[in-house]
Structure formats: structure tokens, C-alpha cells
Design a protein around this ligand. Structure first.
Ligand code: ADE
Length: 252
């Protein structure tokens, strides 16, 4: 997958893109990330990329010409079928399903917003999607772009390596992930749950699924509304709910 990132601060991407899994994905040719400095596309003497808003009100707005010129000259013909994502707190909120869906494209582009916002004409001319990473405001769209690139890249076949799969992640199954343990079997009196040491693979799978349901019930019960559960799993959930009601003396 090729990803073009349009930003005023390309150096912010050093680190997240040059370490660990994203580094290896680029070395292996699975991911080709190109950073473009929007300032390079400003044509005036001082390479101005932002100006005060028409109508006043303070703050600065990112100018339309440098951004549109950068996106059009880098993407060219590909503009017609490449999602161009503007990172903004006004966008739809990013989630695992969107990461998976965006991973299907051979090419993506991100425009990292800054300051008070981006001239509305950028949206009209080149942006196809506006995405937020959550209901809070950051100083700019660079961190959101990195978050999304990371979450998307994990779904590109080969990026996680043969023994890992994105399928079992928290959220991928509609549930949070089960608890993990590794050696030693006992630490300060805390034992690894017996089913994990049993070597019985079906038993391990059963335990993991049960603990995923328990954890989701305790931390993110909202997710259970959409999860697909078997009849015994629904029974387990009813038992957990019943225990919870007893403990909280609710509804009695
Ligand atoms: N820019 C500033 N805050 C943001 C957010 N929460 N998501 C995406 N882009 C942003």
C-alpha cells in the first residue's frame, strides 16, 4: 500500500514510522509511506501556508492553494480513486472496522489539519473523507494520521508476520481480548489460570472466549449489543449480569 501524507511537520513522523513493525513493513515493500511538506507547495516568497480567517475571530486557517496544489501534483490521475482523508475533530470517529476497510485500498492520502482549521475549499476540491480519532482536540492532525496509519497497516497481509493475526485483536471479534499470561506460572502468589497450562487446546479456546466475554461485560458492555454469541455464551452473559445485579442490589 502506498500512503501519501501532507503535513507542515513531516519530522513528527520520525519514530512511529521508523521503528518496529511499521519500519519492517516499509523495508519489506508492504508499505510505502511518502511525506510531503505542504510548505514546499506555497508559491509566494515567504511560503505562507496559513492566514487569519475572513470575518475575523482569531486563530489561523490553512490556505487552500498550497494544499490543493500538493495533493493534485502528488496524486495526479490517482486522485480519482484514492481516498483523501482530512484529519479533523469534526470527522466521523475512527474505529477498527474503518481501519480494516481502508486497508483494502492500494493507495491512501492523509491531509493533516492544523491551527483553527483548513479553508473549506480544500474539503470541496480534494477531500473524500474526514476522520477524527476521538472526541478531544489535539494540536494537529499528525498524531491522528499516525494512529490511523498504524491501525490500517496491521490489516495489510504480511505486516504482522505469520504467527500474529489481526483477527483475534480486541474489537476484531466485537469483544475485548482475553487476558494474557506468560512465564513464570506463579508470581507473588498470582497463578496463571489452570486451563492455560492444561495443553487442552479446545479448553484453552473455551476459557479465552469466556474471559473475553467477561472482560467485555465488565469494561465495555456497549460492545455486547453487536457481538454474535452462541447460546451457551448468552447463558454465561446472563449469569454475569445476574451476579452484577446481586452485587449492586439493583432492580430488586
Ligand atoms: N485534529 C485535532 N484533533 C483531532 C482529532 N481528535 N482527530 C483528528 N484530527 C484532529
Amino acid at each position: 500500500m502506498r500512503i501519501d501524507v501532507f503535513t507542515l511537520f513531516p519530522a513528527m513522523f520520525d519514530g512511529p514510522l521508523t521503528e518496529s513493525i511499521l519500519k519492517r513493513a516499509q523495508e519489506n515493500g508492504l508499505l510505502n509511506i511518502r511525506l510531503h511538506n505542504i510548505r514546499d507547495y506555497a508559491t509566494d516568497k515567504h511560503q505562507v501556508t496559513d492566514e487569519p480567517p475572513y470575518g475575523g475571530g482569531g486563530g489561523m486557517v490553512m490556505k487552500v492553494e498550497p494544499i490543493v496544489s500538493a495533493v493534485e501534483s502528488v496524486l495526479g490521475e490517482a486522485l480519482a480513486d484514492t481516498p483523501v482523508i482530512l484529519t479533523t475533530p469534526q470527522g466521523r470517529v475512527f474505529n477498527q472496522a474503518m481501519a480494516k476497510e481502508l486497508a483494502q485500498y492500494p493507495r491512501l492520502a492523509f491531509i493533516c489539519g492544523r491551527y483553527e482549521g483548513v479553508d473549506e475549499r480544500v474539503r470541496i476540491l480534494v477531500v473524500t473523507d474526514e476522520i477524527s480519532i476521538g472526541d478531544y482536540v489535539l494540536t494537529g492532525g499528525e498524531l491522528p494520521a499516525m494512529v490511523m496509519i498504524d491501525a490500517i497497516a496491521r490489516h495489510i497481509p504480511g505486516v504482522l508476520g505469520a504467527r500474529w493475526a489481526a483477527e483475534e485483536d480486541s474489537h476484531a471479534t466485537g469483544l475485548l481480548e482475553y487476558p494474557h499470561y506468560t512465564r513464570p506460572p506463579s508470581f507473588r502468589g498470582l497463578e496463571v489460570p489452570a486451563p492455560l497450562l492444561s495443553g487442552d487446546h479446545a479448553g484453552i479456546e473455551r476459557w479465552r472466549r469466556q474471559e473475553a466475554i467477561r472482560r467485555t461485560w465488565l469494561r465495555r458492555p456497549d460492545l455486547l449489543l453487536k457481538a454474535t454469541l452462541t447460546e451457551p455464551e448468552k447463558y454465561l452473559l446472563a449469569t454475569l449480569a445476574d451476579e452484577w445485579l446481586r452485587r449492586n442490589d439493583n432492580g430488586r
